[in-house]
Design a protein around this ligand. Structure first.
Ligand code: SF4
Ligand code: SF4
Length: 164
């Protein structure tokens, strides 16, 4: 009988404790949001999908070399001389190479940001990890994006705090 009363007491105590936790949390604001209708507030230095601005890129391949998962593939080609002739300033300023392929496999990317760190372009990095985190696709092929995918090749607009 004593044992029964003891166990009943413990049960009652745990119910009261549980109700206490529920009551304390009922007054708090929810920490979840109704994604995707409500967008999350990302930190300024949040690392999402790497995006490349091909106008800034000098095709040095530093990002490809430094990437630990080898998810960047760049194939370079000489820049057509005709472009330089059309612009008198071109011999001094124009890039000597351009990329015929610039692919990033988002399935392999681990968002480490080393590509952005290694990119030598100043004051704005040609490759930067932007705020796009929605990388889910229906097939593996779609996880590789490249220079033809205009939607993921961002304008020179890195997140705040980047590109110094
Ligand atoms: S963030 Fe890291 S893993 Fe992703 S492309 Fe850049 S270097 Fe490679
Ligand atoms: S490191 Fe920068 S400039 Fe060099 S190839 Fe990559 S994106 Fe282009």
């Amino acid at each position: 009988m004593l044992r029964y009363l003891k166990e009943a007491g413990y049960s009652l105590l745990s119910i009261v404790k549980g109700l206490g936790v529920t009551a304390a949390n009922a007054r708090r604001k929810p920490v979840t949001i109704l994604y995707p209708e409500v967008r999350p507030n990302l930190a300024p230095r949040f690392r999402g999908l790497p995006e490349v601005d091909m106008d800034l890129c000098i095709v040095c391949k530093m990002c490809e070399k430094v990437c630990p998962t080898q998810c960047i593939l760049i194939v370079e080609k000489p820049r057509p001389a005709a472009t330089e002739e059309a612009d008198p300033e071109a011999p001094k300023t124009a890039k000597k190479k351009e990329a015929s392929v610039f692919d990033i496999n988002s399935a392999l990317c681990m968002f480490c940001g080393l590509c952005e760190e290694a990119c030598p372009t100043k004051p704005v990095k040609a490759i930067a990890l932007h705020h796009n985190f929605e990388v889910a696709k229906a097939s593996r092929d779609e996880l590789v994006y490249g220079i033809e995918e205009e939607k993921v090749l961002a304008p020179a607009n890195p997140p705040k705090g980047r590109g110094e």
